[in-house]
Design a protein around this ligand. Structure first.
Ligand SMILES: Nc1ncnc2c1ncn2[C@@H]1O[C@H](COP(=O)(O)OP(=O)(O)OP(=O)(O)O)[C@@H](O)[C@H]1O
Length: 269
């Protein structure tokens, strides 16, 4: 065993004439918290989309615990042990918090279509298991009191936590969070930071985030990978990346302020 939960080697994605991700190699150690950063359009989301099977890489390999993921569908990647949240909230607004998580749990249910139609014992057992798992996850993220509330009625920060709970309900080995702090106020961001640490420490789930909030990235990450125009331009511990001239140039070149680069691009609450 290499000690890496994920090994991405030489991954490239070309859209027409544009190379969105260019020959990126990145290893994520098991049970670590790591970040992928970079200016807008650097290729971060495309990178996540390749890991999760939404896009097939033009080149390169992606291994989870030694198993090749390239060629798998998104649901098969979830089944293999990778969960994710998206940049924009993607909850079902007409469902309760609990139901939103049960949907996330779906890929783990063993009963099939016929079991559902015939309402077999297997179906009921599966349904109960999904409900129990949803409650455990709601309690874990501190949303137990919102169990029967429509997702759309939850405060913004709690909706983002609900998305994390839904992803965790698939019992992943690795969770990818795409801009989890976007739009959060400082108190919500602090809460989020504590939750991400608990996901790793208490559930043993490896965390990889894309994030523009540099304060969060620098205080939470054990390792940071920096992309610019699709290429990896720097990586290392937060203090190494923060002081890397290539990183400063990548951000400053686009008019960001030193020390807080990237942040002014967000409409902050
Ligand atoms: N499906 C697609 N077809 C064509 N071009 C795409 C597609 N998806 C992304 N791109 C392009 O690839 C480049 C990288 O985009 P991507 O969304 O991965 O960047 P990002 O680093 O996540 O940016 P942001 O921080 O703004 O979310 C951009 O130039 C984008 O326009």
């Amino acid at each position: 065993m290499s000690g890496n939960i994920l090994e991405v080697a030489g991954v490239t994605k070309v859209f027409g004439g544009l190379t969105a991700v260019n020959d990126v190699t990145m290893n994520i150690p098991d049970r670590s918290i790591v970040s992928v950063i970079g200016p807008n359009g650097a290729g971060k989301t495309t990178f996540f989309n390749m890991i999760t099977g939404i896009y097939e890489p033009t080149k390169g390999t992606i291994r989870l615990d030694g198993r090749e993921l390239v060629g798998l569908r998104p649901d098969q990647v979830t089944e293999a042990g990778i969960a994710r949240t998206f940049q924009n909230i993607r909850l079902f607004s007409t469902m309760t918090s609990e139901e939103n998580i049960m949907v996330g749990r779906h890929s783990r249910l063993k009963s099939g279509f016929l079991d559902a139609v015939l309402r077999t014992k297997k179906f009921h057992d599966g349904e109960q298991e999904a409900r129990d798992a949803a409650r455990i996850m709601l309690d874990f993220v501190g949303l137990g009191k919102w169990r029967n509330e429509l997702a759309t009625n939850l405060p913004y920060g709690d909706q983002r936590k609900l998305e994390i709970a839904r992803a965790l309900a698939t019992t992943p080995k690795l969770i990818l969070l795409d801009e989890p702090a976007a739009g959060m106020n400082p108190r919500e961001t602090e809460d989020l930071k504590a939750l991400i640490r608990r996901v790793r420490d208490e559930l043993g789930v490896t965390v990889c985030l894309i994030e523009h909030d540099m304060r969060l990235v620098m205080t939470l990450s054990e390792h940071i990978t920096v992309l610019d125009y699709g290429s990896l331009i720097a990586e290392g511990k937060p203090h190494q990346v923060r002081n890397d001239p290539r990183v400063m140039e990548a951000y400053l070149g686009r008019g960001a302020a030193a020390g807080d680069y990237g942040k002014e691009e967000r409409p902050h609450a």
